[in-house]
Design a protein around this ligand. Structure first.
Ligand SMILES: NC(=O)c1ccc[n+]([C@@H]2O[C@H](COP(=O)([O-])OP(=O)(O)OC[C@H]3O[C@@H](n4cnc5c(N)ncnc54)[C@H](O)[C@@H]3O)[C@@H](O)[C@H]2O)c1
Length: 317
């Protein structure tokens, strides 16, 4: 199979992630069949999808939201969802017995050469596919939320996955405008969750040491490194930061004060940090400009509007 042969996609599970994948697939002109366990779930899935499409249309990311929605069929029949699919994106709950039973159901009805990708964020692919009849077509396709906006997808494989299927999954995601990275080996948290946790640990540590507040730590990140990171990764930023490039920057760091030795290294989240930080966060949210909003829903919408502008700069819309 080639990427051009992929016309029909099945989404298994239409929650936060599955519904967002369905939006992306349909935006890119694919026929989508979205499976969920009952009509109530499907009705919820559809409501969220419609509101995402309205938001995308209002912000100039899609032209015809009705045409996009018309490409998504909703079904409670697994057979109907996967029987004609060339690519299947499983986004069910992150529980191993459920992943096992979903995969068994998918394999009962899916064409034997359909790629099966799981959105799983924690369970290793090897465990999810341990009873698979065709593990050679199974990959991890871990998105970053929401998949219809954030380009990154981390692809994982097992020793039983056929490399041709890994390559096909990568090309397929790239054909949708995703930035796909194939992990060379198993790694808990993949790449991105580790990167953000490493930064977050240091932010927590700075607040706990009394160097800055929660608000100041966020401000330092947003208006310092993160605004550059939205353009280039940190290796490239280092390259640009020294006349001798990345190597020069490494030499400079190695030769100066050894900051690495002072960076947070604790391995459990401080017990009371959540409670303390939440109090401060509640105050921060109260005092935000009205334009940004004061509730999670309002602020998330502001974030997504900004995301679309950044994605436009990256020619992703
Ligand atoms: N939420 C995130 O930020 C995020 C990010 C990346 C990956 N993921 C992964 O994506 C997957 C889905 O996460 P989510 O946040 O969308 O969860 P969710 O709870 O929002 O959605 C799960 C969906 O699966 C459906 N479902 C329940 N039982 C099912 C079954 N037996 N068969 C098929 N569908 C079933 C539910 O009705 C629901 O629509 C998980 O594996 C999660 O780890 C989540």
């Amino acid at each position: 199979m080639k990427v051009a042969d992929i016309k029909n996609v099945a989404g298994i599970g239409g929650g936060v992630i599955g519904g967002s994948w369905a939006v992306l697939f349909a935006m890119k002109g694919l026929n989508v069949k979205l499976y969920d366990i009952n009509d109530d779930c499907l009705a919820n899935d559809k409501k969220t999808i419609v509101s995402n499409l309205e938001f995308l249309a209002e912000n100039g990311a899609i032209e015809d939201k009705d045409a996009v929605l018309a490409r998504i069929q909703f079904t409670t029949s697994m057979e109907e969802a996967v029987k004609d699919a060339q690519f299947i994106q499983e986004s069910g709950p992150e529980r191993l017995p459920i992943k096992h039973s979903m995969l068994a159901e998918i394999e009962k009805y899916a064409p034997v050469d359909a790629i099966v990708a799981t959105s799983a964020s924690g369970l290793p692919l090897g465990q999810i596919t341990e009873h698979a009849v065709h593990p050679e077509r199974c990959v991890g396709g871990h998105p970053y939320n929401p998949p219809h906006l954030i380009p990154l997808v981390e692809i994982t494989k097992t020793e039983k996955t056929d490399e041709a299927n890994v390559e096909l999954a990568k090309e397929f995601y790239e054909s949708l405008g995703k930035e796909a990275i194939v992990l060379k080996k198993d790694c808990p948290g993949y790449i991105c969750n580790r990167l953000q946790l490493a930064v977050f640990r240091e932010m927590v540590d700075l607040v706990e040491r009394g160097v800055c507040t929660v608000e100041e730590a966020d401000k330092a990140l947003t208006f310092g490194p993160a605004i550059r990171w939205a353009i280039f990764g940190h290796n490239m930023i280092m390259q640009l930061g020294n006349k001798d490039g990345l190597k020069g920057m490494m030499d400079m760091l190695a030769g100066g004060f050894n900051l690495c030795a002072d960076i947070a290294a604790w391995d459990t989240i401080p017990a009371d940090y959540g409670t303390k930080a939440q109090k401060e966060m509640d105050e921060i949210m109260k005092n935000l400009p009205d334009e940004v909003g004061h509730t999670n829903a309002e602020i998330a919408q502001y974030r997504d509007k900004m995301l679309i502008d950044i994605l436009k700069l990256h020619h992703k819309f």
